[in-house]
Every structure is written in structure tokens, then in C-alpha cells.
Design a protein around this ligand. Structure first.
Ligand SMILES: NC(=O)c1ccc[n+]([C@@H]2O[C@H](COP(=O)([O-])OP(=O)(O)OC[C@H]3O[C@@H](n4cnc5c(N)ncnc54)[C@H](O)[C@@H]3O)[C@@H](O)[C@H]2O)c1
Length: 263
């Protein structure tokens, strides 16, 4: 390990750690010296990332965990407690809009509930059961993943509501966990053409560029590009490093949520 690594001897637990944004974040935190636990339902992608990081000499462990399954979350936290004794940083990254949500107001009520379950109840469940281990961490933090949608009338009703709720939960937890020395913030990414988003909106990256929603979004965004997973990974690291910041939503969206000037 090198001297400049800022997260030496820390343990970072990342839900959705096998995904595009989660994976870039896992790699960045591992390079900073943290032991990253990649918690995901995608076993193949999780094991692949674990292997890739280990081959680079970085510390990574994959654990299967569905954030919607409370007993599984409890079991995984018990295992983390036995193996690592603590969690310094919990990054709740698992989430995303469900394909059925593209029907917007025509989606079923069940789909609306499913989105809340994944994007809002999931982060609550994981944070609740990680709490005893976070209390044993050094400068512990929780970072949730919101979206630019939460501050704008875009996206679809379920996902937008779930992430807006997650911002409310972030402020609530920040206030209540401060007594335990735990900071709680959220990162709100702008549009990042990850494999999941590309599949949701068109199927291929160049088709996403042609999609009317994304064309309009790009036109309204002050910075003339979409985000990259690495941009968002840097935001998670900043949220961990800014030691006087809690209850904050860090918007990393090229200015999308600030709105583009019209005159
Ligand atoms: N890509 C974007 O444009 C964008 C914008 C704003 C916010 N976000 C948010 O960023 C996060 C990551 O998105 P992404 O685009 O990298 O997607 P992704 O699909 O690449 O990553 C999500 C990961 O979460 C995992 N996952 C899904 N359901 C799970 C569950 N129930 N339990 C545990 N793991 C589960 C998936 O297997 C996947 O590895 C999400 O919370 C998403 O809402 C993404």
C-alpha cells in the first residue's frame, strides 16, 4: 500500500457494486486503499469484478445480496461483522428505474411499489442493518444514490418519487445518526449512459444519442456531455472525504438540474 492512499484500513460496503457506476466506484475506493465489499444480485458480474480488482493487487470481496430481502441483508451483515468487524463507508448504489416504468402513468401500481422497494426501502433496509457495524467504523459515512430526476419533472413517477424520498431519508438519517458520528449524504448523478440505461432507452449507445428525451436533456444541460461512471465515483469519494458535510445532496449532473438559461 502506498502512503498517499487515503482510505487505508477502511472497509467500504457497496450495494450494486457490480454495476457500471458501482463498479467504477468500487475500483476507485479500492485504489484508495479500502477493502471493498461488492454486494449485488448479479453474481457473475460481481465475481468478475472481484477477480479483476484482486489481479490488480487490490482488496475486494463479492457477496450476493438482494437489498429487497431483509433476512438476506441481515445474514450478509452478520457475515461482514464476523470477517471485517466494521464498515467505514456504506454506499447504497443498487437501484434504477424498472423497464415497466417506461409506461409512466400507465404503469401498474405493483410496478410503482416495486420501484419504491428497490430504490427507497432497499437503502433503508441496508442502512438499518449496517448501523451496528458503521458505529465501529472510523469517520463512518453512508452515501445514497439519488438522481437529477428527483429535482426535476422528468423521468417517470415511481423512480422520481422513490429517489426524492431517498433524499428525504438522507436528511433524516443525517440528523439522527450525527450523534453516533455517522455522516449521511447522497450523490445525485445526471444521465450516465450505462449499459442498463442504454438498454432502457434504445438498445445501442448511438441510438441513445438519437433518442428525443436524451437529445432534449443534452440541449438543456449546461455542460455539453453525458456523465461517465468515473465522474460519479469521484463524487462518492468526495462525499466520504468532506468531513463537515452531512445531510447534503451532491448533484453531479453537468448542471442539468440547475436548468439552462433561455436568454
Ligand atoms: N445511469 C444513470 O443515468 C443514472 C442517473 C442517476 C442515478 N443513477 C443511479 O445510479 C445507480 C447505479 O445505476 P447504473 O446506471 O450504474 O445501473 P447498473 O444496472 O449498471 O447498476 C446497478 C447494480 O445494482 C444491482 N442491483 C439491482 N437490483 C438489485 C437488488 N435488488 N439488490 C442488489 N443489487 C441490485 C444490479 O445487478 C447492478 O449491478 C442506481 O441507483 C441508479 O438509480 C443512475
Amino acid at each position: 500500500m502506498e502512503e498517499h492512499e487515503s482510505l487505508r484500513k477502511t472497509v467500504t460496503f457497496i450495494t450494486g457494486g457490480a454495476g457500471d457506476i458501482g463498479g467504477a466506484t468500487a475500483e476507485l475506493f479500492a485504489k484508495e486503499g479500502s477493502h471493498v465489499i461488492i454486494a449485488d444480485v448479479n453474481d457473475a458480474a460481481g465475481k468478475k469484478l472481484e477477480g479483476k480488482l484482486r489481479r490488480k493487487g487490490l482488496a475486494a470481496t463479492f457477496m450476493h445480496m438482494d437489498v429487497r430481502n431483509e433476512s438476506e441483508v441481515e445474514r450478509v451483515m452478520n457475515e461482514v461483522g464476523r470477517k471485517f468487524r466494521k464498515i467505514d463507508h456504506l454506499l447504497n448504489i443498487a437501484g434504477g428505474a424498472l423497464p415497466e416504468e417506461q409506461k409512466r402513468l400507465d404503469m401498474s401500481v405493483q410496478t410503482f411499489r416495486d420501484s419504491l422497494e428497490l430504490n427507497l426501502v432497499g437503502p433503508f433496509t441496508v442502512t438499518k442493518h449496517a448501523f451496528p457495524l458503521l458505529k465501529k467504523g472510523t469517520n463512518p459515512t453512508v452515501v445514497n444514490t439519488s438522481t437529477y430526476n428527483a429535482a426535476m419533472a422528468v423521468g417517470n413517477p415511481a423512480y422520481t418519487s422513490a429517489k426524492a424520498g431517498l433524499e428525504g431519508l438522507t436528511r433524516y438519517l443525517a440528523s439522527h445518526l450525527a450523534d453516533h458520528g455517522i455522516r449521511v449524504n447522497a450523490v445525485a448523478p445526471g444521465a450516465v449512459p450505462t449499459k442498463r440505461v442504454i438498454a432502457l432507452y434504445g438498445g445501442r449507445k448511438n441510438e441513445l444519442e438519437k433518442n428525443p428525451v436524451f437529445k432534449e436533456l443534452k440541449r438543456r444541460t449546461p455542460m455539453p456531455r453525458f456523465g461517465k461512471p468515473e465522474d460519479i465515483a469521484q463524487a462518492f469519494l468526495s462525499a466520504v472525504k468532506l468531513k463537515f458535510m452531512t445531510g447534503h445532496v451532491l448533484r453531479v449532473d453537468g448542471g442539468a438540474s440547475s436548468g439552462r438559461h433561455v436568454v
